[in-house]
Design a protein around this ligand. Sequence first.
Ligand code: SAM
Length: 256
Amino acid sequence: MRIHHEKLPEITRYLESQGNKLEDKEGQYQNYLSLIRKVHPVDANTRILEVGTGTGWFPLLCKLRGLSCKGLEISPQLIESAFEIGKAYGIEPDIELGNLEDTDLGREKYDVVVAVCVFEHVERWRSGLEKLAACLKPGGVFLFISTNKFFIGHNEYPWRFYGWLPNWLRYRFRIWKVGPEVMKLGIDFNQFRHSQLKKAFRKVGFRRILDRIDVTNPEDVSSPLKRRILTICKSLGPVGKLALTFADTTFFVCVK
Ligand SMILES: C[S@@+](CC[C@H](N)C(=O)[O-])C[C@H]1O[C@@H](n2cnc3c(N)ncnc32)[C@H](O)[C@@H]1O
């Protein structure tokens, strides 16, 4: 992957699908913080890095709330949009232009790294993962959410079983649907599996790897049926594994 300075149709489409009101992201913001706080405190001294900032809502909300969050983003078009949104709130985001695959993020600099809906778009994702693990301090937290190959619904493309397609066929299909520019940025290079990611996280040095079942407390689930299912998944390993295989996302909170 490389940085493209021209406007890309896939990014223009993405921007059109996103709102520019930070208030609308409040729930998601609180959700990320509460997940991170399960394993690490977060306050004004916590150094946070978000990779793949999209419209910039997360670093912007952090800044509004007195938290320190730097961003790394490969799209100049999206960085420009983040500055525009920030202007409406009288703040500037701290977002650096760069490709996660080859940007030096330093060593043991951050307490928290957030990468949500990003790794599926990173072509050399293992190289990116190594960089992220290295830039976290010991005890630091990595919040990761991405695609799940065997999800039966749809996330990257409005088509059931889309993620099940082999990479080459998915790429060809997307090029046929929207044109070759999708391969510059926007394509899901990767559809992940939980077991594959767990191994990769362990390899780069994470010592606690918590999946969605591990981090969800049954008492926080309001639906009695879902609470029952979660309790079963927690106590019966193979059932939990089966549920994760078909879940809508891959979702991890990792501690270095
Ligand atoms: C689907 S958006 C998600 C944005 C944001 N994390 C969110 O959840 O709203 C994916 C973002 O990752 C960025 N991205 C993709 N590949 C990247 C890379 N190699 N390095 C840095 N950012 C990248 C894209 O430009 C885009 O902003």
